[in-house]
Design a protein around this ligand. Structure first.
Ligand code: NAI
Length: 462
């Protein structure tokens, strides 16, 4: 039996980051991980492989749509699906091996296998029981499904199966117009599949700023995605490799169906805590199966902590990473803090969509007086030069104090630009602070500055 200061269960972005920071702060640290490779869902079957497929297929789209215009002539490339999958696997491998290297560098022990907690202060992996002063649960989440829709990861798939289909589908039905549905729907639409997205609510990407969601829907439709909104899926049947997804329109109860050779179920994820033994320990859970924690990530069981998708809050890798660093600090006797008001969200479609802080709808609901500064990418020289003039930057600021309250971007590099606003918000900046900051020309970032100028005396190029 080995004894550690900290044992972390799960080596995803929450767990591995927590481990590195614990080690850096002088704690003896072990991580339990049952997968063959480190990195969790994000690196193995989530964020990273999907980015590889998004990049490859976006490049194909660029070749088809824009190369000839730029004088790059010749037939557009054709798709070698096996090679695209190999490229994806290579990207994943490089990243997961990188974590293994960081573990060695920081002297973190990898306990290979699936862990459980037989008693406070103990973690069982296989037949061995290890002891720790602190245990951190960072076991992440798993996809949810729907009644009557049975996932086989061949015809009816979750995001995991969708990343590794044996062939490009001709017709793809996507259930759920959330982040996964739209990212993977974009990938297969660019590869030639006819993509139909079925969404329960009346708008795509629920919770997102409504103006951005509308523009996003229009752009995706132009790219060939079809949407059936306000539709409750009733079930899906597979016959001879073809699926029929039945749905009922909520407004008039009219029933209809979509046929597809592949169905992606992307209706959200749920905490993955199976097999840990939390019931027997008496760990308090929410009705949605999340582990209840206090502001220091402590559960109601002494010495037991939890972070990431397994607890409340947005299911995002970077939220888990921040909690990983914070819990490590807490365990090392330091402050450990996450500012949940400034957590960006990014959808890696083309164009990208990004947001931070309050939406206009939230501000209205709170009865707050606010200003809107909006700037279209059509007024941004760099965006026009690279055929990416669609979309806009929208900045929300307090009507009285001018303090930045939120930003919503749809357009080129949105996922990078949003961080300028994150930093501004962390420092309590005003829209004028952003507007008075010199931005290099010609960059996409000028669109952010122009939106900030629009909160004051007006944008220059609009
Ligand atoms: P999501 O919560 O983003 O979207 C699920 C969608 O399914 C919602 O629009 C919801 O209204 C719809 N839906 C639910 N039940 C339905 C039904 N019965 N019929 C039709 N539609 C239904 O969940 P998603 O896309 O599965 O992603 C899971 C998690 O992973 C999310 O928390 C997401 O933030 C995270 N993620 C983040 C990424 C990023 O940051 N780029 C990429 C991929 C996933």
């Amino acid at each position: 039996m080995a004894t550690y200061d900290v044992i972390i269960i799960g080596a995803g972005p929450g767990g591995y980051v927590a481990a590195i920071r614990c080690a850096q702060l002088g704690l003896t640290t072990a991580v339990v991980e049952g997968r063959e490779t480190l990195g969790g869902t994000c690196l193995n079957v989530g964020c990273i492989p999907s980015k590889a497929l998004l990049h490859a297929t976006h490049s194909l789209h660029e070749a088809e749509a824009n190369f000839a215009k730029m004088g790059l002539v010749g037939a557009p490339p054709t798709v070698d699906w096996a090679q695209m999958q190999a490229y994806k696997a290579d990207v994943v491998g490089t990243n997961t091996k990188g974590i293994e290297f960081l573990f060695k560098k920081n002297k973190i022990t990898w306990l290979k296998g699936w862990g459980s907690i037989p008693a406070p202060g103990q973690v069982k992996v296989g037949e061995e029981v290890h002891e720790a002063k602190h245990i951190v649960i960072a076991t992440g989440s798993e996809p949810t499904s729907l009644p009557g829709v049975e996932v086989d990861e061949k015809v009816i798939v979750t995001s995991t199966g969708a990343l590794a289909l044996s062939a490009i589908p001709q017709k793809l039905a996507v259930i759920g117009a959330g982040v996964i549905g739209l990212e993977m729907g974009s990938v297969y639409a660019r590869l030639g599949a006819e993509v139909t997205v079925i969404e329960y609510l009346d708008a795509i990407t629920p919770g997102m700023d409504a103006e951005v969601a509308k523009t996003f829907e229009r752009i995706l439709k132009k790219q060939g995605l079809k949407f059936v909104l306000g539709a409750a899926v009733q079930g899906a049947e597979v016959k001879k490799g073809m699926a029929t997804v039945r749905y009922k329109l909520r407004k008039n109860d009219k029933e209809d169906a979509v046929e597809a050779d592949c169905v992606l179920v992307a209706t959200g994820r749920k905490p993955f805590t199976k097999g840990l033994g939390l019931d027997a320990l008496g760990v308090e859970m929410t009705p949605r199966g999340q582990i209840v924690t206090d502001s220091h990530f402590a559960t109601n069981v002494a010495g037991l902590y939890a972070i990431g998708d397994a607890i409340q809050g947005p299911m995002l890798a970077h939220k888990a990473e921040d909690e990983g660093m914070a819990v490590a600090e807490v365990l090392a006797g330091k402050a450990g803090h996450v500012n949940y008001a400034v957590i960006p969200g990014v959808i890696y479609t083309a164009p990208e969509v990004a947001n931070v802080g309050k939406t206009e709808e939230q501000l209205k609901e709170e009865g707050r007086a606010y200003k809107v500064g909006k700037f279209p990418y059509m007024g941004n020289a760099r965006a026009k030069a690279v055929f990416q003039g669609e979309g806009f930057v929208k900045l929300l600021a307090d009507a009285e104090t001018d303090r930045v309250l939120g930003a919503h971007i749809i357009g080129p590099a949105a996922g990078e630009l949003i961080h300028e606003i994150c930093v501004a918000m962390e420092f309590g900046a005003s829209a004028q602070d952003v507007a008075l900051t010199c931005h290099a020309h010609p960059t996409f970032s000028e669109a952010v500055r122009e939106a900030a100028l629009a909160c004051g005396d007006g944008a220059i190029h609009a």
